[in-house]
Write a protein that binds this ligand. Sequence first.
Ligand code: GLN
Length: 477
Amino acid sequence: MHTKTIAELAQGLKNKDFSSVELTQHYLDRIKASDLNAFITITDELALQQAKSADEKIAKGEAGKLTGIPYAHKDIFCTKGVKTSAGSKMLDNFIAPYDATVSHKLNQSGLVMLGKSNMDEFAMGSSNENSFYGAVKNPWNTSKVPGGSSGGSAAAVAGGLSSFATGTDTGGSIRQPASLCGITGLKPTYGRISRYGMIAYASSLDQAGPMTKTAEDAAIVLNAMAGFDAKDSTASEQDVPDYTANLNDAINGLTIGLPKEFFADGLEDAVATEVMNAVKEFEAMGAIIKEISLPNSAYAIPTYYIVAPCECSSNLSRMDGVRYGYRCDNPKNLEDLYLRSRSEGFGAEVKRRIMIGAYALSAGYYDAYYLKAQKTRHLISNDFKKAFTEVDVIMGPVSPTTAFDLGSFKDPVSMYLADIYTLSANLAGLPAMSIPAGFSQKMPVGLQLIGNYWSEPKLLNIAHQFQQQTDYHAQMP
Ligand code: GLN
């Protein structure tokens, strides 16, 4: 059952080939037998309850496309009555008193939540090694990382521990783990999905999205996640189309832009080869390939690593040991309480970014760092605006390498460099996907598709057409 897509599982439930309770139990057994460390919390009792009521709905003929389908929910989304840790010791004792809008919407769709998936602390990282709950292993090779920060979600889907998972992407956290684990991941246009109840990392960049086996599944899940929300002032009022409607559109005549900056130094040869083979596959399907330039690409890393820490230093100031979360033992006075709660509750990478952010925002430095970063952010957006007057979609690698060995990055900055191809889409607020495009030494390689604002139907169409011609997405470790 765990090899099936959502679309196939829904059919199986409808035909009574298996019940949701059986399906849920199958996934729970697999999770318990697995050594990937993909979950922080397993919600088995709740899952079986939800599965039972899903079966009742199915019996009454009241089922929707997602009724009774089990999934993994990134532990960054608040889930009422269920621990929501964001991968941090700081929130190890936090039981969310309310549901995030995404959690609420997924509940309403009749889905079954198997548990909360592991992640880098507060979504900061590219390897899932920054989790308080320990690193996650890549199901293709357990000595390698699954990517991050949604590493638990990606490993759960690739390892057959859940039919799909949710993720969030501030600078690549859906696409990069999807790429490293050989699954499909979509980061929608900024504002497409409500951020209410999604623990904030960098508010102007954060966006939730689906992590699935196929583009068709991503479309089905996006239908359930997307939409306006009065509780999030940045949620867009843009209509939500049926994302499955255009999957079968023909793509001949599609113009694909290949940014020359995405194929320069630092990209592993084997990854470049797989990406170019995928592009050639599109050419064979009638697409036109054009070289383009995104001249400010080189500034994406320094810009992001100012903007994101600035916003996180502000967002994480609420974790102070007073209102909720971790509190140190026997504080001497208020200052000691703040100081020790935060030093003991946060991990090293989170502290590093809070300090960078607080420094860059401080009086006297604001103009030199944050303001400057906002200006380069604007230049990066403009590069895309110009590119989309010439091409329909931009393609390139997701990550410069395939999954690297656990523990292999010794300094934080070299890990930041691995985000080079994903950060720009967040800085510009554009939708982007990673789809399985090949293998190098038995490890998956992802192809990135970046589209214009609100072009999710087109991206999903392009990805689906590719998946009709190839079977990389159907392979499992
Ligand atoms: N790897 C990037 C970072 O460490 C992106 C993380 C994310 O998208 N949440 O910030």
